[in-house]
Design a protein around this ligand. Structure first.
Ligand code: ZN
Length: 229
């Protein structure tokens, strides 16, 4: 059975008990990571997941609290002897910068490095990201400081659908992507440019008609979940 596991729920400033926002999706055939802050080599086993099972990595946007763990993920996986390919998905803007970041580490000199398949997602609504028998994933652009995507996960077996907004101002693209979904996981950083408050996330959920709203990417240091507004 497919399972979505929150590995972190904090905005850009985490604390001892809240890592930066990122999540793992497990299906029968895949272990998929959505965003990669901190160190997955440590975080995945803490959640009962095996780093060698990782098949796919979706990067929503190129901000440090969403991508800074990628170099250590790649280097540690290589040092641990990984041989199997890893698929990395993102907008062209994101993947280009990721490649530039890895070039700064001179990763071309790492011998016998495992294959990486970079898959550039078109910057359009309902872009197909991944289609497999046990999971379909699509994305739509959202409104943030840098190009960013929200992600729709559909599980054909159960008919369940979940949308993750990523970092964004309230926007119609998320409403449209989440229309028909069961659950909306929406950021609640606050009513500031490039972000959304808990109240605004509630309005987005209502417009989309989802059954469940989960707030994420909040100020973990200053507020508990019931104090979000
Ligand atoms: Zn961001």
């Amino acid at each position: 059975m497919a399972k979505l596991i929150f590995l972190g729920t904090s905005n850009a400033v985490p604390d001892e008990s809240h890592d930066n926002t990122h999540m793992a999706l497990t299906t029968e055939k895949r272990l998929l990571l959505i965003d990669c802050p901190s160190n997955p080599i440590v975080r995945l086993p803490q959640a009962g997941l095996n780093i060698f099972d990782l098949t796919d990595l979706i990067l929503t946007h190129f901000h440090p609290d969403h991508v800074s763990g990628v170099p250590i993920l790649l280097m540690s996986s290589w040092l641990l002897g990984r041989k199997t390919p890893l698929n990395i998905y993102g907008l062209e803007y994101t993947i280009n910068r990721l490649e530039q970041m890895m070039d700064l580490y001179e990763w071309g000199t790492w011998p016998n490095f495992f294959p990486i398949n970079f898959l550039r997602i078109p910057k359009m609504e309902m872009a197909r990201v991944l289609d497999d028998v046990d999971v379909h994933i699509s994305s739509s652009p959202v409104h943030h400081f840098v190009p960013n995507i929200s992600v729709l996960i559909e599980i054909p077996d159960t008919g369940r659908a979940v949308v993750y907004s990523s970092d964004t101002e309230p926007c119609a693209e998320v409403v449209r992507l989440a229309s028909g979904a069961d659950t909306l996981i929406h950021e609640a950083t606050g009513k500031t440019p490039g972000h959304t408050s808990a109240e605004q996330a509630g309005e987005i959920a209502q417009k989309a008609g989802v059954k469940t709203l989960v707030l994420i990417n909040y100020y973990a240091k200053e507020k508990t979940q019931d104090q979000l507004f």
